[in-house]
Design a protein around this ligand. Structure first.
Ligand code: PEP
Ligand code: MN
Length: 333
């Protein structure tokens, strides 16, 4: 429920509403707007009796929010969210391009790729130090050594770093090195990790689960936001369908669907969706054309020898083509 205050409501009246909500056993989060403030009630499982709230001074009306998510919703924040991370604006007029290998393999590989993607105009470097792998026998990532290499990449190239925290144990270390913390598809409903990510001061890139609905993705973002971290970037990375020519099916409709109901920025990962490098450039063009706020793409200097996801990693020349071809085809919604 949203308690909408009158235009001339005082700060004391807003506070009295918050206090009353707390007495009801919920939390009240003030959302200042241009004309008036609204107080969002969170923590209620179902029906909230608004009769006493409506009688408080300064209250204009109480709106029932039918969707189960609130903080991610445009109803609480009508304008798209934009936030600046180390001088790079996400959710603004220019798309943000995140590129790099699937995994950090060694310093030379990481730096070589970083220089290549930086030269083509990427602003953020991606690379996993902790890798969620289907098989326990596959390369699991370099761990802290990988994070240290990522710090060198940032130092040398000025690129921001997005890298994945795979559990509540390693997020503490990841947040010390990363500029953006990634939560992977397989962890989209790891609620302990989501809550912990709500307490970090770094933005979070939340990937859609392999079989998650849009509502489930938004509810996961709500977990992070309800713990106090409002800087969440959503990522469409393909879902599992019966289509068998790609690794996953890029749900291109997810971008306008999310943007209709949520103010959060949305980026697209065409690499994990496609699973094949030859589809990555066309899917990137499509993502831009439906209004994605950016891309996260796998690029490798030597894809055939990549330790993970070589088949979907772009050759540097293909990444240059991608950067050229997406220019000018981004439409806002
Ligand atoms: C990744 O981006 O490195 C990754 C593992 O992706 P996803 O979680 O989308 O499978
Ligand atoms: Mn990968």
């Amino acid at each position: 429920m949203l308690v909408v205050m009158k235009n001339d409501a005082t700060d004391e009246q807003v506070q009295a509403v918050i206090n009353h909500i707390e007495k009801m056993g919920f939390r009240g989060i003030p959302i200042p707007g241009v004309l008036r403030t609204a107080v969002c009630i969170i923590g209620n499982q179902g029906y909230v009796d608004d009769s006493q709230l409506l009688s408080l001074d300064g209250v204009k009306e109480a709106l029932r929010v039918t969707k189960p998510y609130k903080l991610v919703s445009r109803e609480t924040h009508p304008q798209p969210s934009t936030f600046s991370i180390g001088g790079v604006t996400i959710g603004g007029p220019n798309p943000v391009i995140m590129a790099g290998p699937c995994a950090v393999e060694n310093e030379e590989q990481a730096l070589t790729i970083a220089r290549l993607v930086k030269q083509q105009g990427a602003q953020v470097y991606r690379g996993g130090a902790y890798k969620p792998r289907t098989s326990p026998y596959s390369f699991q990532g370099l761990g802290q050594e990988g994070l240290k290499i990522l710090a060198k990449v940032r130092e040398e190239t000025g690129l921001l770093i997005v890298t994945e925290a795979t559990d509540v144990e390693n997020i503490e270390l990841v947040e010390q090195y990363a500029d953006i913390i990634q939560i992977g598809a397989r962890n989209m409903q790891n609620f302990a990790l989501l809550k912990r990510a709500g307490h970090t001061n770094k933005p979070v890139l939340l990937k859609r689960g392999l079989a998650a609905t849009i509502e489930e993705l938004l509810m996961s973002a709500e977990y992070i936001m309800s713990e106090g971290n409002s800087r969440v970037i959503l990522c469409e990375r393909g879902i599992r369908t019966f289509a068998d020519t790609t690794r996953s099916t890029l749900d291109i409709s997810a971008i306008p669907s999310i943007k209709e109901v949520s103010h959060l920025p949305v980026v697209v990962d065409p690499s994990h969706a496609a699973g094949k490098r030859e589809y990555v450039v066309p899917l990137s063009r499509a993502a831009m054309a439906v209004g994605a706020d950016g891309l996260i793409v796998e690029v490798h200097n030597d894809p055939p020898h990549s330790i993970s996801d070589g088949r979907q990693s772009l050759y540097p020349e293909q990444f240059a083509t991608l950067m050229r071809e997406i220019k000018g085809i981004r439409f806002g919604l």
